[in-house]
Design a protein around this ligand. Structure first.
Ligand SMILES: [Zn+2]
Length: 103
């Protein structure tokens, strides 16, 4: 992972919150098997969005290149293919904008 201006642990924690929020937001797909319909179709998706949206915004705004301030997380989700975006984000060794390596 690139060296970031914010704490790596904080970045991973926000990613985890984003994933948890995403899972909750998808509750209508899996929730009816485990939860009551009210929770599966209403409470869980709303909670998921409420939790995931700030984590997503924070990742986009805070996770930047140390040198050129390029938004690395935004690059991962918008420029990379959906399949490898998170993997790229976790494994990137150089900034895609200024090519400075921080590894
Ligand atoms: Zn850079």
């Amino acid at each position: 992972m690139l060296e970031l201006p914010i704490n790596r642990l904080a970045t991973v924690a926000m990613l985890a919150i984003l994933v948890i929020g995403g899972i909750l937001a998808a509750a209508p797909a899996w929730g009816p098997f485990f939860l009551s319909d009210d929770v599966a179709f209403f409470t869980a998706p709303i909670l998921g969005v409420v939790v995931a949206a700030p984590a997503f915004a924070a990742l986009c705004l805070l996770v930047r290149c140390r040198y050129c301030r390029y938004r690395l997380f935004w690059h991962a989700v918008s420029k990379r293919s959906h399949r490898d975006s998170v993997e790229w984000f976790l494994r990137a060794r150089e900034c895609p904008q200024c090519r400075r390596s921080t590894a």
